[in-house]
Design a protein around this ligand. Sequence first.
Ligand code: UTP
Length: 246
Amino acid sequence: MPIYLLFGNANKTSLVIDILAMEAIVISLGGSVVFSHSDPGFMKKLARLLEALSDKYKIYIVIGGGKIAREYIKLGRELGIKEKLLDEIGISITRVNARFFSSLVSNVNRDIPTSTDEAINLDEPIVIMGGTTPGHSTDQVGAELAFKSKASRFIIATNVDGIYDKDPNVYKDAKHLSHVYIENLIDQYGTAWNEAGKNIVIDGPALQTIYENRIKTFVVNGRNLVELEKAIDGKPFYGTKILFKK
Ligand code: UTP
């Protein structure tokens, strides 16, 4: 990156300095949020919101595989495909989703990075990627990026309004939690990776990375753009804050 400082023209030099000085925000954007509703209007609004916020923040977005990945994984499991290969199939779908969504956003990378190290070295104001390696979901990729970019906030944008005491898609009486301690989540869900396509709010390896590195993490409904914007901006939002007991 510093090469630009030596060889770039005046405008490019100041642009790079501005981006380097910006606060970083990492968003783990569920595939279910962007792709499960076939809603072009929502996708455009989300893209415009992220572009507007990139005036203030360097934004890293990690996109999940959503329904398409889960359907492939379910079919593959029925056909006896091994777990590691199912993870790899899931990763491929997340990268297709990332490539698709990146084509709607300006000021963004066109080639999808395959590792967080690669992503961290990109100069674009918005960097979009999918999964990296088997054994975790895109939440872990986001947590790793948040650590490496020293992000001010890690936003998990999912398809429910935050974390509940039980699955709100299954139980009508599930209670919404405005905050939750990471230690309690780890006690409840553990830190191991279970299986490809597992549908949980935050996967075990990501819980471990958030805990070890004390990453400031917010969970918000990504389909609610008003609350998503507030969470990204560090303003009070409707969702769940992850806290640390010590
Ligand atoms: P997702 O991150 O999309 O999982 O990855 P998800 O929990 O289904 O998230 P939503 O629905 O998008 O919110 C899909 C699958 O791809 C594999 C895993 O099998 C995961 O379940 N994957 C993804 C990896 O193995 N490594 C990665 O880095 C990312």
